[in-house]
Design a protein around this ligand. Structure first.
Ligand SMILES: Cc1ncc(COP(=O)(O)O)c(C=O)c1O
Length: 465
């Protein structure tokens, strides 16, 4: 077994970890694999009112299952698990090397350019919290009302220009252009989401990056809903920062990523103060590290980083097959829902816009939280209902011409754990609900909808530990 050279001359001092070993765009050329990667738990059967059935996982926008390759990488890494940048033993040396190689794999996955930082965080929410702490003081932030709350809200201590929910891409472009013209400032950051967690619509990030740069602003891209489905490419987009989450990218081991330009990150306040984030600590003061270490105080989540790297590697190798699979399922889901009377699919830019496999819809006369319970209990289908932490957007999209609001929507979201059979089952279940009502008797209680009689999901399942 070959191990990379020790990456951390000051390990025993608990000081800063060094600059990443590799910051190159691609680690290796990976041949495209035509097969679909498999996820852990793909054979899951779930209890329903009508007996056990295969679980139809249509809830990938919330969290994805783990890939088999991710689980295998984690199992392997656990065999030699040890500290990162804190030990001279063989296992620590190996684990430290893998941590930095994981960083390089993620750098390639996001199309990071030479000298850019890839920082391991916990989630997208955590990544934006980190970036918001590192922004120069008096930065003006521009953000659309379409955003997920974790991308909308963390800029509170800065002057924030909140843009309304646009009706078209052109509208969004014009709104942003006007706002950038009207709000000059030395440091400006535009924040946009690459794919909406409500409608799945894909924003043309390159256009917004070009616009931001024309006005001397920077752009940060929320790729939480893109990372598992489409290519992230900081260089091709000419974007400045990107964030995404491992648990939405088939690597649910607690790691997320913030990647992008190093200057603000190296100058901003360290995110987590403590061991690993320092260059030196004396009675006279502390010198903080630069590079990812500045923000990764404490022992890093190396298992999360390795899991994420494994997911990035697998997704990159199977890119075409993944996109084909999802396009096929999404096409069937949208066509099927289109045929059911009373179903409205939510959209910002209109029916023809490019989308990842996320479809939020309402059914005329049906409460969305009852619909999602019925889909689970009566049909073994997992979806989500609510406002999906994007209240401004959902409120805007659900407002009817008379000003009345259905409060919430149902969201079906596709990924590698979804099958065509599952999609067909959802379409048939929605059509059945509209035509015949529910199979069971349901009542509304203080805590939501409840079955009259025993809930088949209330089964004794052994704890995993
Ligand atoms: C578009 C978008 N951004 C950000 C987030 C927040 O991600 P996390 O919960 O992993 O921090 C989500 C989560 O649903 C999302 O869909």
């Amino acid at each position: 077994m070959s191990v990379l050279p020790s990456t951390h001359p000051g390990a025993s001092l608990c000081g800063a970890s060094p600059a990443p070993l590799v910051r190159a765009r691609a680690l290796h050329v990976v041949p495209e694999a035509r097969t679909l990667p498999t996820v852990v738990g793909s054979g899951l059967r779930v209890p329903t009112l009508h007996g056990d059935t295969a679980y139809a996982n249509l809830d990938h926008a919330a969290s994805t299952p783990a890939l088999e390759t991710v689980k295998a990488a984690v199992d392997r890494a656990l065999e030699t698990y040890s500290s990162v940048h804190r030990g001279a033993g063989f296992a620590s040396r190996l684990t430290s090397a893998w941590y930095e190689q994981a960083r390089a794999e993620v750098a390639a996955f996001v199309g990071a350019r030479e000298g850019e930082s890839v920082i391991f965080t916990r989630t997208t929410t955590d990544s934006w919290a980190l970036l918001s702490k590192a922004l120069p003081s008096r930065t003006t932030v521009f953000v659309f009302g379409t955003e997920h709350h974790s991308t909308l809200l963390p800029w509170g201590r800065f002057r924030t220009v909140r843009l309304p929910v646009p009706q078209t891409v052109e509208d969004a472009h014009a709104l942003l252009e006007e706002a950038l013209t009207d709000h000059p400032s030395r440091h400006r950051l535009v924040v946009v989401t690459a794919a909406s967690n409500v409608t799945g619509e894909v924003w043309p990030v390159e256009r917004f990056a070009a616009l931001a740069h024309e006005h001397g602003a920077r752009i940060a891209v929320d790729a939480a809903q893109l990372s598992a489905h489409r290519t992230i490419d900081l260089a091709a987009w000419d974007a400045d920062y990107v964030a995404f989450s491992g648990h939405k990218t088939y690597a649910p081991y607690g790691a997320g990523v913030l990647a992008g330009r190093s200057d603000w990150l190296d100058a901003g306040d360290p995110y987590l103060l403590g061991g690993g984030a320092t260059r030196s600590v004396t009675e006279d003061g502390t010198t903080w590290a630069t590079g990812p270490a500045r923000h990764e105080g404490g022992s890093p989540n190396v298992i999360g980083a390795i899991a994420l790297a494994a997911a990035c590697s697998t997704i990159s190798r199977h890119r075409e097959a993944i996109e084909e699979h999802e396009a096929r399922l999404l096409g069937r889901l949208r066509a099927g829902l289109d045929e059911v009377a009373g179903v409205e699919v939510l959209s910002i830019f209109g029916d023809d816009s490019d989308r990842v496999g996320v479809v939020a819809f309402t059914i005329d006369g049906w409460d969305s939280s009852l619909v999602s319970q019925v889909l689970s209990v009566e049909h073994g289908i997992g979806v989500r209902d609510g406002k999906f932490c994007a209240h401004l957007l959902v409120d805007e999209l659900l407002e009817d011409p008379w000003g009345e609001r259905s409060a919430t929507a149902v969201r079906a979201s596709i990924g590698l754990g979804s099958t065509l059979e599952g999609v067909e089952r959802l379409v048939a279940a929605v059509a059945r609900l509209v035509e015949h009502g529910t199979d069971a008797q349901w009542t509304i209680t203080e805590t939501g909808w409840a079955l009259e009689g025993a809930d088949p999901r209330d089964v004794e399942v052994e704890r995993p530990w």
